[in-house]
Structure formats: structure tokens, C-alpha cells
Design a protein around this ligand. Structure first.
Ligand SMILES: NC(=O)c1ccc[n+]([C@@H]2O[C@H](COP(=O)([O-])OP(=O)(O)OC[C@H]3O[C@@H](n4cnc5c(N)ncnc54)[C@H](O)[C@@H]3O)[C@@H](O)[C@H]2O)c1
Length: 247
């Protein structure tokens, strides 16, 4: 139960959904949690639940898409928490639409938060990870980054980008004991997928061999696996958590 004792995990987008489930799963395994979100009010519940598990929690408001916001947040985090051992780049959004009608603003917003946000948080913590010669970086991509999806050109591009970034960082950091892996969730029941119509849901369920949407806890379980000390020999990998959609 305490595989992650004495470790500090930073989770972006930890205010709700998959990010909150990841924070609670890592806390349940003994990690202290730095919970980051754009909306500080979202973080109250996450932080309260982490503390109920007997772990320390820090709530940090930051916009992952803005370098200045990330740098200020990371400086404060390193001062308050002392260090970070596990970084989970989870914050992400969708702005769906057919490419022909997709606005530049919707393209930029998705690329900035999903891809640039992952780059910025990773970069801001790299010096500390290299110095401590240890780190687990776990990026939340998507099966859409592997398969593509009509109406999600921006999202697919951002998540394919996250996968490329994961592999490049895995090669760059491997000699320093830092692993970098990605998880590609399929369709997971959260606020993001609550926007889908029943018709879209039925169409999706038909593509899933296990015939049901996943839960945030299913994704959190995979994050926990990559974070474990015993997973030290796994890097640069992309693990779908998708009920068998991609195989
Ligand atoms: N839900 C799914 O089916 C699914 C499938 C594949 C991948 N994912 C990925 O999982 C991750 C989490 O998705 P979710 O379904 O829990 O979404 P969600 O919308 O429920 O939660 C996302 C969280 O990120 C935060 N956030 C958004 N923009 C931010 C920013 N600029 N800076 C900091 N925080 C920000 C939000 O405030 C929110 O708390 C995303 O990267 C998403 O792309 C989700």
C-alpha cells in the first residue's frame, strides 16, 4: 500500500476527472501531492481528499500553457515541497470541430494546453530531476493521438505531439535515471466525455472490445504502475487504457 512513501507527485489538471483520480491513487500509495489546476476552487476537494488519506497536499493555481505561470509555480513548489519525484502532465482540453471550420483560436488553445503545457512543466522541472538523478514523468496522451478522429484535428495533433515529446524526453533523460512514459486513455467517463450525445456514446461503445467506457480510476491505475520504483526499466512507452480499442 505504501509503494510511493516519501515521494512527492505533482499532477496537473488535478482539480477533477482523471487528474483528481491520479492524485488520490498516488496519495493512497503513500505519495504527498502537489495538485495544480487553472481553477484554484477545483483544487479544494482534491486537497481535502489527499489529506484525509494522511498525506501532505499543496494546491497550486497555474496555467500550464503560459511559461511565466509555470515557472512561478514550479519555483514556489520547489520551495514549499522541497522537491518533486513524479510529474504527471494531465491537464488537457478539447475544442472539437471539423477542420474546415476550425478556428485558429481553437487550434491554438488545444495545442497550447495539451502539448505546450506538457513541454513547459517538463522543462521547468528538468533541472531538478537531473540534479536528483531520479524522476518519473508520465504524460496523459489519448488513443486519438494514435488513431486520429474526425472532428478532432487539433486534439489528435496535440496528443500525437505528446507521444513524440514523451519518446524524445525518454531518450534525453534515460542516462540520469529518469523515465518518461505516456498513457493513451480511450473513452473515459468524465466531464470531458459528458459532452458527448447518446448517439456518439453508442457509436463509441461499438468500437470498444470491452464494450464500456473506462473510469478515471482505470487511468490512475496505469499512472501508478509507471510511477512505481519497480517500473524503473520501462521508458518511452505508450500504454493504451482503452478497453482494447487500439491493439
Ligand atoms: N476523458 C476522456 O475520455 C479522455 C480520453 C483520453 C485522454 N484524456 C485526457 O486526460 C486528461 C484529463 O481529462 P479529463 O477527462 O479528466 O478532463 P477534465 O476536463 O475533467 O479535467 C481537466 C482538468 O484540467 C484543468 N485544466 C484545463 N486547462 C488547464 C490549464 N491551462 N492549466 C491548468 N489546468 C488546466 C481543468 O481545470 C480540469 O480540472 C486530458 O489530458 C485529456 O485530454 C481524457
Amino acid at each position: 500500500m505504501n509503494e510511493l512513501a516519501n515521494q512527492i507527485a505533482l499532477v496537473t489538471g488535478a482539480g477533477r476527472g482523471i487528474g483528481q483520480a491520479i492524485a488520490l491513487k498516488l496519495a493512497a500509495s503513500g505519495a504527498d501531492i502537489v495538485a495544480v489546476d487553472l481553477k484554484p476552487e477545483f483544487l479544494e476537494e482534491t486537497v481535502a481528499e489527499v489529506r484525509k488519506l494522511g498525506r501532505q497536499a499543496w494546491a497550486v493555481a497555474a496555467n500550464v500553457a503560459e511559461a511565466s505561470s509555470v515557472d512561478v509555480a514550479v519555483e514556489q513548489i520547489l520551495k514549499d515541497a522541497g522537491r518533486v519525484d513524479i510529474l504527471v502532465n494531465n491537464a488537457g482540453i478539447t475544442r472539437d470541430g471539423l477542420l474546415m471550420r476550425m478556428s485558429e483560436a481553437d487550434w491554438d488553445a488545444v495545442l497550447d494546453i495539451n502539448l505546450k503545457g506538457t513541454f513547459l512543466f517538463t522543462k521547468a522541472l528538468t533541472r531538478a530531476f537531473l540534479k536528483q538523478r531520479f524522476g518519473r514523468i508520465i504524460n496523459i496522451a489519448s488513443v486519438i493521438g494514435l488513431m486520429g478522429n474526425a472532428g478532432q484535428a487539433n486534439y489528435a495533433a496535440s496528443k500525437s505531439g505528446v507521444i513524440g515529446l514523451t519518446k524524445a524526453c525518454a531518450k534525453e533523460f534515460a542516462s540520469r535515471g529518469i523515465t518518461v512514459n505516456a498513457i493513451a486513455p480511450g473513452f473515459i467517463q468524465t466531464a470531458m466525455t459528458d459532452k458527448l450525445t447518446q448517439e456518439q456514446r453508442d457509436a463509441i461503445a461499438k468500437q470498444i472490445p470491452l464494450a464500456t467506457l473506462g473510469t478515471a480510476n482505470d487511468v490512475a491505475h496505469a499512472v501508478w504502475f509507471f510511477a512505481l520504483p519497480a517500473s524503473h526499466y520501462i521508458t518511452g512507452q505508450v500504454l493504451p487504457v482503452d478497453g482494447g480499442m487500439v491493439m
